[in-house]
Write a new protein. Structure first.
Length: 480
């Protein structure tokens, strides 16, 4: 019946459908392969899908800033094609026809981890990312700051962590500037935001030297101040805006990105490289969805519109090695979680002795993976149960670290093998964080060992792939 309707009627029907439904209808309709009467560069089906995606993107961005999309389209059409694009999970949500609630990622895994002052600092990623060439970075930065009153709160040189540098030159973190005089708390002290005191002229990074230039002089640092990771070797990174557009810098506002304040990540590619190349650094193909102001770029649409994805085959070899480690580890842990408690206790004499000592009785047929459930994280009703659960998790993780799949990471095991929970969090937090974010939203990663969890409770695998709570005491060590 649908195929018998006039094209105009089909457009009306598609306007009420989600993008995946429009995509499926267009593939099944031969008339959708005819050229559109609106745009002779697109087929009719492509035009209907584009209009549906634009409506959803406008709706999704409305919750952040109502004028953002129109403003982005305006500046993108004034720049060379391929020099700027809109990305981030907001575009993935658009493709799926959804709007994910904020702060739904387990334990806040949607973070960029960067090493500063010999500590790991976690900067919450925005779900709105702007990709641009180095050649137009000053223009795009000036547009963001001037149009949406944003303040620069952080800067790193990679979209993943301080060890991964491939197609991106740097990432800048912006958030909505607060009102002048607003008071915030940092650690145990209060501080007041003063706009005039936050204005800078530029930031220059050359090797281990960082210079912040203001109207009153230049401040030079020989090591990384908080939220800045200056490990760029051999060239100078210059961050500035056009004359007349004040650039605000306030690193103490970085934590406000996690409190619903409008935030944007600006990801800059290396000079001479298209901005779309940055997406080659992303672990999953679904993360590479972009909108360049003219059209949507959706890799592997058959998978993406079905809420499926696989590992990006264009990853840099060093980054692919880390993902190989993470997948090997998850496979090994999943296998260990699939056995019953009876078989585990039969194999682990020390763990069996601990259970008898604590007078713990867990059904023999219960699968080990159920003890990775967040319901057991606190175990406030019983210290004995808490001890048994944490020790069981440590045993399963240590066994996985010693498995044949993890031979590629034997060095990591020698370093962290005596602290299994810590090692688990290192792998998941640093190497798997974006994957955790997406599978928690129901995205199926084809490369994950779903078959290793032979149970109807699919959430067991999701319970494993998360940051596990731990304490710096004897129970965090398998030999404690």
């Amino acid at each position: 019946m649908y195929n018998c309707l006039p094209y105009e009627s089909r457009e009306i029907i598609c306007s009420f459908l989600a993008p995946p439904d429009v995509y499926n209808l267009c593939r099944a309709d031969p008339k959708c392969f005819l050229l559109s009467h609106l745009d002779d560069t697109r087929h009719r089906g492509e035009e209907m899908l584009h209009q549906t995606l634009m409506n959803v993107l406008r709706r999704n961005l409305q919750s952040h800033d109502g004028e953002f999309l129109n403003s982005f389209i305006s500046i993108s059409r004034g720049l060379p094609v391929g020099s700027v694009a809109l990305g981030g999970s907001i575009v993935v949500q658009t493709v799926l026809g959804e709007l994910w609630p904020s702060n739904t990622t387990p334990y806040g895994n949607n973070y960029i981890t960067t090493k500063t002052l010999n500590t790991l600092r976690r900067i919450r990623q925005s779900n709105i990312a702007i990709y641009c060439n180095a050649e137009v970075a000053t223009y795009v930065r000036s547009w963001l700051v001037a149009s949406f009153d944003l303040v620069l709160v952080g800067l790193v040189d990679s979209p993943q962590d301080h060890q991964r540098r491939a197609n991106s030159r740097n990432v800048e973190f912006y958030t909505k500037a607060p009102a002048n005089g607003d008071v915030f708390q940092m650690n145990d002290s209060l501080w007041e935001f003063q706009r005039d005191h936050s204005i800078i002229n530029s930031i220059d990074i050359n090797g281990a030297t960082l210079r912040i230039s203001t109207n009153t002089g230049v401040s030079e640092f020989e090591r990384d101040p908080p939220t800045i990771n200056s490990i760029i070797d051999g060239d100078t990174l210059h961050i500035s805006t056009y004359t007349g557009v004040p650039l605000l810098w306030e690193g103490r506002l970085v934590d406000q990105r996690a409190h619903g304040r409008f935030s944007v990540d600006l990801i800059v590619s290396h000079p001479g490289r298209p901005c779309m190349d940055v997406t080659n650094d992303f672990e999953m193909n679904i993360c590479r969805c972009l909108f360049n102001g003219h059209t949507f770029l959706i890799p592997s649409p058959n998978n993406t519109f079905r809420r499926r994805t696989d590992i990006n085959t264009r990853l840099d070899p060093s980054m692919a090695f880390y993902i190989e480690i993470a997948l090997a580890y998850i496979t090994a842990v999943a296998r260990g979680c699939n056995i019953t408690m009876a078989n585990l206790l039969k194999e682990q004499n020390r763990l069996s002795f601990l259970f008898r000592k604590l007078d713990l009785e867990i059904p023999a047929h219960q699968r080990v993976g159920t003890l990775f459930s967040p319901d057991y994280d606190a175990c406030v009703w019983s210290v004995r149960v808490k001890t048994g659960v944490w020790r069981t998790r440590s045993v399963v993780i240590k066994t996985a670290l010693q498995s044949r799949e993890m031979h590629v990471a034997s060095g990591l095991y020698r370093r962290y093998g005596h602290r299994p929970l810590l090692m688990h969090n290192v792998i998941i937090g640093l190497l798997f964080s974006r994957i955790v974010e997406y599978i928690s939203q129901g995205i199926v990663l084809a490369d994950l060992p779903w078959e290793a969890i032979n149970t109807t409770n699919r959430s067991i695998l999701l319970d494993i792939i998360r940051i596990l709570p731990r304490e710096d005491n004897a129970w965090d060590s398998i030999d404690g």
